[in-house]
Ligand binder design. Structure first.
Ligand code: SF4
Length: 449
């Protein structure tokens, strides 16, 4: 039995691609192994949108190469797609782009050919209607899955390489998305995390305005015991109708909003090719909370973008104090070739600005961690449904997540007791805050419908 191992780097959208690659490999008679040492083929599904991610991808590739010199190793994903033609990586047996994953079987077959030369394959996107979406593998925690509704992006923010890598926005056919959601629900998935570069842009590439609100309403009335979580909605085109859709969904759509504001100073945002400012963004946060008092808001903020001085940074600090975000991720601007922002400064200027921004990042994260800790207190003493992810070996503890905790990026809920299985949905009572986590006791198990 041929075996395949996949190392999935980068974002949730890349994870879905890894699940589709494994499904194609399955068609070719491969079974997935979680031990690279057992694999006949190792796939490193890379990320390639900022410097750090590119470095991590190359380092990871070479770790596998040096550990398994005899094995077939495929460099796939965004780094392969972005640099397919110029990547001088003879150590890779294949370099496979991510626009047309249906070409993966060809890579696997050619790898089996004797004395096969290095394979470099990055075909263009196929017709969206022909795109495979049935995944036989789910790399998420039990009963949780990502549902990718589109790829690519038309916003073309000046710093972002994603439109270069993934191309313009490609919304998946409406019925195909609904059908996939149905399949996930009937396979026992409880938490469906809906993802895209910008959910709010869904369907705008069909020329009749966004269709995300309609899609969300359609998904929220599907039969079954499940919840929907939205990840990544661009603030400047945030469909305000969403707020009422969430409020009227009887808890089917979690009041969880991941809105990457990136910054709050208007001048900096305009430099990024965005349109917002502190007042508008705080207004959006307040509007959501007025309608949904239990709403949880996560955001991503960037530091060090050209045009950001101490004054602009302090405008961002004012925003963070006013917005009182629940969760925040911050990263330093990465100067990416072929993006419009590349020419806004040279590398020496960039290195200087980067050092200063790294200090500001510490300042920002200190303020935000205080805000996050304060915001977490509101969960104490209340009851929630929690999806169990794992039991802590050797300790009478289980790790779970309630609605306010997205997979991989937010804190978790630590439940006393280990009489729960990963994938169980349990009702818990929150006892206290423990750093960025919540400590809870189990009240009862919620049986599957
Ligand atoms: S919206 Fe996001 S994915 Fe799209 S260009 Fe801007 S940063 Fe990149």
């Amino acid at each position: 039995m041929k075996k395949i191992y996949i190392e999935s780097l980068g974002c949730a959208k890349n994870q879905v691609d890894s699940e589709i690659l494994l499904t194609y490999a399955d068609d070719e008679g491969f079974v997935r192994t979680e031990r690279p040492s057992e694999a006949d083929v190792i796939v490193v599904n890379t990320c390639g949108f900022i410097e750090d991610a590119k470095k991590e991808s190359i380092d990871t590739f070479f770790q596998f190469r040096s550990s398994y010199p005899e094995k077939k190793i495929v460099l796939a994903g965004c780094l392969a797609q972005r640099y397919a033609s110029e990547l001088e990586l003879e150590e890779a047996d294949a370099i496979f782009g991510n626009h047309d994953l249906s070409a993966f079987p060809e890579v696997l077959r050619r790898l089996e050919e004797k004395d096969a030369e290095q394979i470099v394959l990055s075909p263009e996107y196929p017709d969206p209607d022909s795109e495979r979406d049935a995944r036989k593998y789910n790399l998420s925690m039990p009963r949780s899955a990502f549902l990718k509704i589109s790829e690519g992006c038309n916003h073309c923010c000046n710093y972002c390489a994603i439109p270069i890598i993934r191309g313009p926005l490609r919304s998946r056919p409406f019925d195909a998305v609904v059908e996939e959601a149905r399949r996930l629900i009937s396979s026992g998935i409880y938490e469906i995390n809906i993802i895209a570069q910008d959910l709010g842009a869904y369907g705008t590439d069909w020329g009749k305005g966004e269709r995300f609100c309609e899609l969300l309403k359609t998904l929220s009335v599907l039969e079954g015991d499940f919840v929907l979580r939205m990840l990544y909605i661009h603030p400047d085109t945030f469909p305000l109708e969403l707020i009422d859709i969430v409020r009227n969904s009887n808890g089917k759509i979690l009041p969880y909003f991941d809105i990457p504001f990136q910054h709050a100073d208007h001048k900096v945002l305009v430099g990024m090719k965005r349109t917002g400012d502190r007042r508008t963004y705080v207004g959006l946060v307040r509007r959501i909370r007025e309608a949904l008092p239990d709403a949880v808001i996560r955001s991503t903020l960037m530091l060090g973008f050209p045009g950001e001085g101490r004054e602009e940074f302090e405008e961002l600090l004012r925003f963070v104090e006013e917005a009182q975000l629940d969760w925040m991720g911050s990263f330093l601007y990465s100067r990416e070739e072929d993006t419009p922002a590349w020419s806004m400064r040279n590398q020496r200027e960039h290195n200087r600005a980067h050092k200063v921004a790294a200090l500001w990042q510490k300042e920002l994260e200190e303020i935000q961690s205080r805000i996050t800790a304060e915001r977490l207190e509101r969960f104490v003493g209340k009851k929630y449904r929690a999806l169990v992810e794992e039991n802590i070996a050797g300790e009478d503890l289980s790790i779970a997540r309630i609605y306010s905790q997205a997979p991989e990026v937010d804190g978790a809920t630590v439940i006393m007791g280990s009489d729960m299985m990963p994938g169980d949905v349990v009702e818990v009572g929150i006892r206290k805050v423990r750093g960025v986590d919540l400590e809870a006791v189990k009240i009862r198990k919620i049986e599957r419908e």
